[in-house]
Ligand binder design. Structure first.
Ligand SMILES: [Zn+2]
Length: 58
């Protein structure tokens, strides 16, 4: 079990079912999450890189 860093929903992942670097979607808020640690499972939101820069150029 891990918590979504975005909405703090409990996400049902077991530490032996995921690998570091694996990505998954939060079922509650839809955020794209990356597994940064597996014991215990810790999740990070994957930043949408590029979007802000693209706006900047305009
Ligand atoms: Zn979430």
């Amino acid at each position: 079990m891990a918590l979504c860093p975005e909405c703090e929903a409990a996400i049902d992942v077991e530490d032996d079912e995921v690998e570091e670097g694996q990505t998954l979607d939060c079922p509650e808020c839809g955020a794209e999450l990356e597994v940064v640690s597996t014991n215990p499972v810790e999740l990070n939101t994957i930043a949408d890189e590029g979007d802000e820069e693209a706006e900047d150029e305009w």
